[in-house]
Design a binder for this molecule. Structure first.
Ligand SMILES: Nc1ncnc2c1ncn2[C@@H]1O[C@H](COP(=O)(O)OP(=O)(O)OP(=O)(O)O)[C@@H](O)[C@H]1O
Ligand code: SF4
Ligand SMILES: [Mg+2]
Length: 334
């Protein structure tokens, strides 16, 4: 499989009056061509900052990419100038944000906005742009596209607006689409429709997708691989099957317990007790220690080494260490 994007040792900080927030603390992951990677984790764990860093959209100051590489098609975007990045954004990599209203201009018709996006980056005639805009409206499932092109954002429902935003993101045929909580503002039925739409788009266009969400339930259907993030680090990565059927990290297991399951009649959701650590002075060791039911002495002292359970499945947890397994076995026998 061909790698499209590889993020290596990414560190991002924000300087505030209260001190320096270490928002992203050495993130590694990769994305293959044509796949969907979900980045999952609780609020504040650094999902949005990671995606903004890939797009080089971190507000500087107060933000700063301290360290790291963002290798996209063999080139390190972290070293690109703003001018070079402008030729990448919206063309090679597109991003969809949580609130579809902020991405649309209320004073312009949907058609104008779709066509503007295309004409800004490609030398196409007005007629060609219109054809492409109609094609995109069709792709994202908007009925009567010819009529709808002439309308304004407020004439669309929330779900339809999000479809337009997705059409705008795709009009230049990017190779990578980053969707940051694209369904959070929508009601549950519409959420499901938009997620299905992502699957359809991927099958039709072959675009690679990074889907960011705090809800593991959302990714079950459409993700190929899942990266679980906690306190600025990716603590477990695997295929959807690795994560749903063979999760190893206590945090991932906790997240799974808080996902509603359709196959169980009675829903018993157990949220994870406690709160994530303060990112002004994150712990040296495993940041999950205070909340972890299986924490050992080593945990808050040294950050766990990454264990490769298989080629697809990696975990940062001391429980993967053989010696911890022996210790657990001894305690169980006592
Ligand atoms: N502009 C900023 N100034 C200061 N701190 C920031 C800024 N942007 C993000 N942060 C901090 O960086 C950390 C990571 O934030 P981020 O937005 O990436 O979280 P997230 O995982 O996307 O959460 P959510 O699920 O709520 O969207 C948080 O502690 C946040 O407060
Ligand atoms: S390293 Fe220790 S504290 Fe962290 S998740 Fe594993 S067992 Fe729990
Ligand atoms: Mg976010």
């Amino acid at each position: 499989m061909e790698t499209l994007l590889e993020v290596k040792d990414l560190h991002v900080t924000f300087s505030t009056y209260g001190g320096t927030v270490k928002a992203v603390r050495g993130v590694y992951f990769h994305l293959n061509k044509g796949e969907t990677l979900a980045i999952v984790g609780e609020s504040g764990c650094g999902k949005s900052v990671t995606s903004q860093a890939i797009m080089r959209l971190i507000p500087e100051p107060p933000g700063k990419i301290i360290k790291g590489e963002v290798i996209f098609k063999g080139k390190d975007l972290a070293s690109y100038t703003e001018k070079q990045m402008r030729s990448i954004r919206g063309v090679d990599i597109s991003m969809i944000f949580q609130d579809p209203m902020t991405a649309l201009n209320p004073t312009l018709t949907i058609g104008t906005q779709l066509m503007e996006g295309l004409r800004e980056h490609q030398a196409v005639s007005a007629e060609e742009a219109k054809i492409k805009a109609l094609e995109m409206m069709h792709l994202v499932g908007i009925p009567n596209p010819k009529e709808r092109l002439k309308q304004y954002p407020h004439q669309f429902s929330g779900g339809m607006r999000q479809r337009i935003v997705i059409a705008m993101a795709l009009i230049c045929e990017p190779e990578l689409l980053i969707a940051d909580e694209p369904t959070t503002a929508l009601d549950v039925t519409i959420q499901a429709q938009i997620l299905e739409l992502f699957g359809h788009i991927q099958a039709t266009t072959g675009v690679s997708i990074i889907l960011i969400t705090h809800d593991l339930g959302v990714v079950a259907k459409i993700a190929d691989r899942i990266a679980v993030m906690y306190a600025g680090k990716i603590i477990e990565t695997g295929t959807k099957y690795d994560i749903f059927y063979d999760a190893q990290h206590p945090y991932t297991k906790g997240l799974l317990k808080s996902v509603p399951r359709l196959d169980l009649k009675e829903e018993r959701l157990t949220p994870i007790d406690g709160t994530p650590p303060d990112l002004f002075s994150p712990p040296r060791g495993c940041p999950f220690t205070p909340r972890c039911p299986l924490a050992m002495e080593v945990c808050d002292k040294v950050y766990p080494v990454t264990t490769e359970r298989s080629r697809s499945h990696q975990v940062d947890c001391w429980l993967q260490d053989e010696r911890a397994q022996q210790l657990l076995a001894r305690t169980a026998n006592q």
